[in-house]
Design a protein around this ligand. Structure first.
Ligand code: FES
Ligand code: FES
Length: 174
């Protein structure tokens, strides 16, 4: 079977893949694209989110056969170190990731949202991003999505305030 991932067509040997194999296993174990994570395996957490023809999809419950002839995009193709996606820049500015495990799925869900909504409200974000973060980054994710959306609309980025200066003497300075 041919599988289009990140703009490249891979021919998967029939002996190596079952059409009912979850897309997540193919992405991680066959193609070695390990940015997409396994969390729950039952479409509940969103750690495994990828795009299929531009829509956010939970790859742990998507059989390989369901993406035949479609374009799959994973976190590895969202941006590059040289040209990060606006969301990736905003993620850093807002220091969103904590343990990081859920973050690739969060970013893919957020990217799909921004592709169809240039100015999402908190309610839009909450409706679209149903992924789970056990580190509690949801408030920062909302802010980062709105920062990236502003940048994509050509408006100045609204960044979080700088952290306060450390107490005098905390850095060893006199
Ligand atoms: S691993 Fe797919 S939704 Fe949790
Ligand atoms: S950053 Fe740790 S689970 Fe989300």
């Amino acid at each position: 079977m041919d599988l289009s991932i990140n703009g490249r067509v891979h021919t998967l040997p029939d002996a190596a893949v079952d059409p009912q194999m979850p897309l997540l296993w193919v992405i991680r174990d066959v193609l070695d694209l390990t940015g997409t994570k396994f969390g729950c395996g039952v479409a509940a957490c969103g750690a495994c989110t990828v795009h299929v023809d531009g829509q956010a999809v939970r790859s742990c419950v998507t059989p390989l056969a369901a993406v035949a002839g479609k374009a799959v995009t994973t976190i590895e193709a969202l941006g590059t170190p040289e040209r990060p996606h606006a969301l990736q820049r905003a993620w850093l500015a807002h220091q969103v990731p904590q343990c990081g495990y859920c973050q690739s799925g969060m970013l893919m869900a957020a990217a799909a949202l921004l592709d169809r909504n240039r100015e999402p409200s908190d309610a839009d974000i909450d409706a679209a991003i149903t992924n789970i973060c056990r580190c509690g980054t949801t408030p920062r994710i909302r802010d980062a999505i709105k920062t990236a959306a502003r940048e994509q609309r050509g408006a100045p980025r609204k960044l979080p305030p700088a952290p306060p200066d450390p107490p005098r003497g905390a850095t060893g300075a006199a």
